[in-house]
Design a protein around this ligand. Structure first.
Ligand code: HEM
Length: 394
């Protein structure tokens, strides 16, 4: 459209030597080779591990469809087995009858987060399904391929070592296969642990710093945005009291057209987001975490952060309409993109209005396509002696 033309015509590309200097590796930093495979994270608590846990290098989402014969009693048996698997695998002790305990011994901060889809909840008790636990409304630019949509059961497996992820996925598959069939699997990654200082915001495959403006688990308003509560006055109370301590996951598979993206000059790519590629700072100045000045104008009187910029369009004026983003890259079979995962209390009030705005206008749409969509209820956390999903079954 006209926006694209404006961007393409903008300014000359920044000199390559300047860019090289800005991103030169820090060779003075001593290469540290501390082994981290033995690190394990607790799986018990009010929330499942893996939602606010410090991001890991490898991330795998595996969705299942329940077999027609898997009734409420079978779901309870499955949850008992999964509870043992999660406790064993994440601690490094390996579950009962693990034929490869050596592979489980180095969990590398493994977390396994379990989510449930609409059909699973309906099989236990239809009255327990919150309104948002359903396929999302269709957006005009969606091109869902039918290969990565929905699911009844989700395992989100994260670790700093792909060996730990693969072994956990295999053990979970072994224990799940008599109850459910694998529906789809999506593998994502971030910058490898140790490649950057920990706490550095990740980069996506378009080269952007991705994840800067995000609610923080330490913030006072994080829980009301993300964690479901016993008494959530804003939603249909009752039907989701069993989810207290859980959260709603929206997972979108978003393909990137990197070959055409590469043809845009650097200012054009920066205007598309409204932030600098070098350090993720707003085009209105400062550093990565400086606030964006949406009112600032350039010499021609045009907004410095264009009206079509992704950050401007995604930004919510309503503080309740925010999401906790935790995206990862994917790159497989000649296709690259983002596994866009976000957590919230209610996707219909949080993800959907944001995505509606982006669907309407966002220059980024020239190079991205949503091809997969799923919503899961992430089960509440559990303590030792409890089973995952206990509140759903009781
Ligand atoms: C901000 C990239 C899809 C919601 C950003 C930023 C980048 C980015 C680089 C600026 C840095 C930051 O604050 O993290 C992308 C890419 C996408 C994508 C490459 C697809 C491939 C989405 C989707 C949503 C979304 C589907 C939600 C519906 C947001 C929000 C912000 C943001 C809420 C922060 C806005 C603010 O400043 O308040 N995104 N994004 N993004 N994005 Fe995306």
């Amino acid at each position: 459209g006209a926006g694209l033309g404006a961007v393409l015509g903008l300014g000359a590309a920044v000199g390559i030597p300047a860019i090289r200097a800005a991103i030169a590796p820090d060779r003075s930093a001593a290469a540290s080779a501390a082994a981290f495979g033995g690190e394990s994270l607790p799986c018990h608590g009010p929330h499942q591990a893996g939602v606010i846990t410090e991001p890991t290098t490898h991330v795998r989402f595996v969705a299942y469809r329940l077999k027609p014969t898997t009734d409420r009693a079978a779901i309870e048996r499955l949850f008992r087995i999964l509870t043992d698997d999660v406790e064993g695998l994440t601690s490094g002790d390996s579950p009962l009858a693990d034929p490869e305990p050596e592979l489980a011994a180095r969990p590398a901060r493994l977390t396994i987060t379990v989510g449930v889809g609409p059909d699973l909840v309906d099989r236990v008790g239809p009255g327990k399904r919150p309104e948002w636990l359903a396929p999302l409304p269709k957006f005009s630019k969606d091109r869902l391929a039918g290969t990565h949509d929905g699911g009844d059961l989700l395992f989100l497996i994260q670790a700093d070592d792909q060996l730990a992820v693969a072994h956990a996925a295999r053990m979970l598959q072994r224990d799940t296969r008599s109850f459910a069939d694998r529906h789809w699997e999506q593998q994502g990654f971030r910058t490898a642990r140790g490649s950057e200082k920990s706490g550095t915001t990740m980069r996506n495959l378009m080269g952007q710093v991705d994840g800067t403006v995000n609610p923080h688990p330490e913030d006072e308003d994080f829980a009301p945005l993300v964690w479901l509560g016993e008494a959530d006055p804003s939603s249909e109370a009752g039907s989701q009291a069993w989810l207290a301590g859980g959260t709603a996951l929206v997972l979108r598979r978003i393909r990137m057209e990197l070959d055409t993206w590469d043809q845009i000059d650097r200012p054009g790519r920066e205007q598309t987001i409204g932030r600098r590629l070098s350090d993720g700072a707003p085009l209105t100045g400062g550093t990565e975490h400086s606030p964006m000045d949406f009112d600032a104008k350039d010499e021609q009187g045009l907004p410095v952060i264009p009206s079509f910029a992704h950050s401007r369009r995604a930004h919510s004026e309503d503080p309740n309409e925010r999401i906790f983003r935790r995206a990862v890259n994917y790159d497989e079979g000649g296709e690259s993109g983002l596994l866009f995962a976000c957590y919230q209390r209610n996707p219909l009030r949080q993800f959907v209005p944001i995505q509606q705005r982006l669907d309407e206008l966002d220059l980024l749409n020239e190079w991205i396509t949503h091809t997969g969509s799923a919503v899961f209820a992430i089960l509440p956390g559990f303590s030792r002696g409890e089973i995952l999903g206990q509140s759903l079954l009781s």
